[in-house]
Design a protein around this ligand. Structure first.
Ligand code: G6P
Ligand code: MG
Length: 209
């Protein structure tokens, strides 16, 4: 194995919680219920698809233009939460594990559906750290389609089957399986037991390699 492709939100840092907070504000404004379970279904999928999950509970129908306005509203709230982030939001465990994988000779990439990935990487001090960043800005289909990971592997010049994908989203593990990657689940994704490895902590990656 030559490379690692990491999801960002909920794997490298806890921005998945900010997504949850921001969607909750929108749900309240629309008067629809919104739970952690709903939020777990938004993991890994694009902003507009995440909005559709939230709108399943709404009796009102929205036009495409109105949906764009709602997604923009959520993104503004999300970005204001990101504003408070800094290097403190990158844990020692994650940074140390990444450094050790690199020392072992692995190439490291990000594979995220987010269009905010670059802002987040800057905030936590990891801009220019990864060998490649594939995110919501360079894909046409989000997870569970494997496109974002295939692009990340291409950018690193490594065949998909020689890369591990690390994911906290069910849709992300499914994407990695579809793309022929070796799959590692952390966080919410471990309960589905569909990944090859299901880890209780990020540093357990070092036990695999
Ligand atoms: C990640 C998150 C999703 C989010 C998507 C788009 O995949 O897991 O919950 O909907 O990115 O994020 P964005 O920052 O572009 O709204
Ligand atoms: Mg994630």
């Amino acid at each position: 194995m030559k490379g690692f492709i990491f999801d960002l939100d909920g794997v490298i840092c806890s921005t998945d919680e900010y997504h949850y907070e921001a969607w909750k504000v929108l749900a309240k404004k629309l008067g629809v219920s919104f739970s952690r379970m709903d939020n777990n279904r938004q993991r890994g999928v694009s902003r507009m698809e995440s909005l559709e999950v939230l709108l399943e509970k709404s009796e009102k129908l929205f036009t495409e233009d109105e949906k764009v306005t709602l997604a923009d509203y959520k993104n503004k709230i999300y970005q204001s939460l990101l504003n408070n982030m800094g290097e403190k939001d990158l844990s020692y465990e994650v940074k140390d594990t990444l450094d050790r994988l690199r020392e072992k000779g692995y190439k490291l990439a990000i594979g995220s559906s987010s269009r905010n990935a670059k802002i987040i990487l800057e905030k936590i001090g990891l801009d220019n750290y990864f060998d490649a960043v594939s995110d919501g800005n360079n894909i046409t289909k989000s997870k569970p389609d494997p496109e974002v990971f295939i692009k990340a592997a291409e950018y690193m010049n490594i065949p998909c089957e020689q890369c591990y994908v690390v994911e906290d989203a069910k849709s992300g593990v499914e994407a990695a399986i579809a793309g022929g990657f070796k799959t590692i689940a952390v966080g919410d994704a471990i309960k589905y037991k569909i990944a090859e490895y299901n880890l209780n902590s990020f540093q357990e990656l070092l036990k695999i390699v």
